[in-house]
Write a protein that binds this ligand. Structure first.
Ligand SMILES: Cc1cc2nc3c(=O)[nH]c(=O)nc-3n(C[C@H](O)[C@H](O)[C@H](O)COP(=O)(O)OP(=O)(O)OC[C@H]3O[C@@H](n4cnc5c(N)ncnc54)[C@H](O)[C@@H]3O)c2cc1C
Length: 485
């Protein structure tokens, strides 16, 4: 009998737990440790942040699903990993702290034979003074944040209806933030809602970002096939912003927010500031802060985790110069290099380097997007990690027939650009591969036939369809496993 412990019931960990449970006999135990008793379909938080969906529409209780599937659920936070056990007890375990009302603050050691760390990102608001919903800016990263953001956005809309001008600032709230795509969706939808209310004359809508050029999105930009032409995402994004009446500030590292002012440095080294009435700025991401200890109780966190707290896997972390990195530096099986029964999936694994070119201004501030961490790869990685663990348990061999390198994997992004069955819009982009491979595709870095972008109403229908389809799948309903990641 094997014990598989999954940490984090997000897109990646939940996918992994469901697949392992489906493929392994009941004699094996699957345990999920995750602090939020709800699953949330994060991409639809954008619509919660616009008052177009309620939090109830993007979340559901995990416990009944896990009970039905035969997965043990512990509503808790993982604190530390002990991959060698402790002392003579050589059974690996994870120390957790319960957060459910009936067991609040109780600690427990949960043993495992295989561990999947899928704890996602820590939303590191603290890395930028004054950032986040407890301070001066909004967030749409969780359904709670998004609900709070909508209250503030609605208040701005009310002021505009009363004739008051409003400035909306949306983008990245840290010089090294990623997840530009979510902010991009949010700003387009804000502009769409303002137009719908005939309030454009009272709105100043501004994008602020650490990207060198618009459309970088943390993947160094892309060339997309569009209507028979090859267009850089810079032009694609700028033309959408023009159409939506959005101005932009690029190459900006936001370092502080105070009241209604955001302070930033540019890549030229200038100190600038911008006033706003409403701001939604994405924080920097880090690992969730788990520690690791060996059997003597010595701290081995730096062996297991990278400096940013994300877990090291089968990637090249040698820190070679940006110009020398290769597609093959990216991991394909997400196995820890130090403990063969430990895996990290989704955002929890440490990327070997940024895809966008690292840049610094004359004051030494690094300003560039870090690697993109989107949902589709997170789901795919969760699935292949699950399949490999199942294979290992069934065969007893340390083999990994399933691989999912981001340099060999495509991704489809549907960026909502306005909600509505008849007048909605979305920008649909596919890239293949996510991490460009200039050895294989010397001209564009990617296969141009699979790297496309279009904007239209059909994209909105697809986005809405995906909302229902992925929630159906996450609830493990009839034939859920046939729905792709
Ligand atoms: C607003 C928004 C919109 C987005 N839209 C899109 C989109 O349209 N398309 C797309 O592809 N991607 C999108 N993304 C990105 C996508 O949501 C992420 O890539 C995806 O959620 C990552 O999955 P994950 O499982 O790695 O992490 P998460 O989904 O963050 O899950 C991590 C889980 O771990 C749990 N956890 C945290 N700490 C601990 C701990 N110590 N112990 C145990 N559990 C812990 C968390 O509670 C959570 O349940 C969007 C992101 C945002 C914020």
């Amino acid at each position: 009998m094997a014990k598989i412990l999954v940490l984090g019931a997000g897109i990646s960990g939940h996918t992994a737990a469901l697949f392992i449970r489906r493929k392994l006999k009941k004699e094996h135990e699957v345990i999920m440790v995750s602090p939020n008793s709800n699953y949330q379909w994060v991409p639809s938080n954008i619509w919660v942040g616009l008052g177009l969906m309620k939090p109830e529409q993007v979340k559901f209780k995990l416990e009944p699903v896990y009970k039905k599937q035969g997965i043990v659920y512990k509503q808790a936070i993982a604190l530390s990993v002990h991959p060698e056990g402790y002392g003579n007890e050589q059974q690996p375990y994870v120390r957790i702290k319960h957060v459910s009302e009936d067991k609040i603050d109780q600690e427990e050691e949960v043993e495992y034979d295989f561990l999947i760390n899928a704890t996602g990102p820590k939303l590191n608001f603290a890395a930028t003074e004054g950032l986040g919903p407890d301070n001066f800016t909004n967030s749409v990263c969780t359904y709670d944040h998004a609900e709070h953001s909508w209250k503030n956005l609605e208040a701005s809309f009310r002021k505009m209806k009363a004739g008051e001008k409003q400035t909306f600032l949306v983008g990245t709230g840290h010089p090294l933030a990623t997840c530009q795509g979510a902010a991009f969706e949010y700003i387009l939808n804000i502009a769409f809602e303002i137009t719908k209310r005939n309030l454009n004359h009272l709105a100043d809508i501004c994008w602020i970002s650490n990207e060198y050029e618009l459309g970088d999105f943390g993947m160094g930009g892309a060339y997309v096939k569009r209507g028979g032409y090859i267009t850089p995402t810079k032009i694609f994004t700028e033309s959408i912003f023009k159409e939506y009446g959005i101005r932009w500030i690029k190459r900006a590292g936001v370092k502080k927010v105070d009241g209604n002012t955001a302070y930033y440095e540019t890549l030229d080294g200038e100190e600038e500031q911008i006033n706003f009435d409403f701001a939604m700025l994405i924080p920097g991401f880090a690992g969730v802060g788990m520690k690791a200890f060996n059997k003597s109780g010595e701290d081995i966190t730096s062996d297991v985790f990278a400096a940013n707290g994300l877990m090291k896997v089968d990637a090249d972390y040698s820190g070679k110069p940006y110009e020398e990195w290769k597609a093959s530096d990216w991991p394909s099986i997400y196995q820890s290099p130090v403990y063969e029964n430990v895996y990290a999936s989704g955002i929890a694994f440490a990327p070997p380097h940024t895809i966008s070119k690292p840049m610094k201004n004359k004051n030494g501030m690094a300003i560039n997007p870090t690697a993109p961490r989107t949902g589709m790869p997170s789901g795919v990685i969760g699935k292949i990690v699950a399949e490999n663990i199942v294979h290992r348990i069934k065969t007893g061999k340390n083999e990994h027939p399933h691989m999912a390198s981001m340099s060999k994997m495509g991704a489809a992004c549907i960026v909502s650009a306005g909600y509505g069955i008849r007048h909605g819009q979305a920008a649909v982009m596919t890239v293949y591969p996510i991490v460009p491979d200039y050895d294989k595709y010397p001209k564009w870095g990617r296969n141009i036939n699979y790297t496309v972008g279009e904007v239209g109403l059909a994209g909105h229908w697809m986005k809405l369809f995906m909302h229902y389809m992925f929630l159906y799948k996450a609830k493990a309903k009839f034939l859920w496993w046939l729905i792709p990641e």
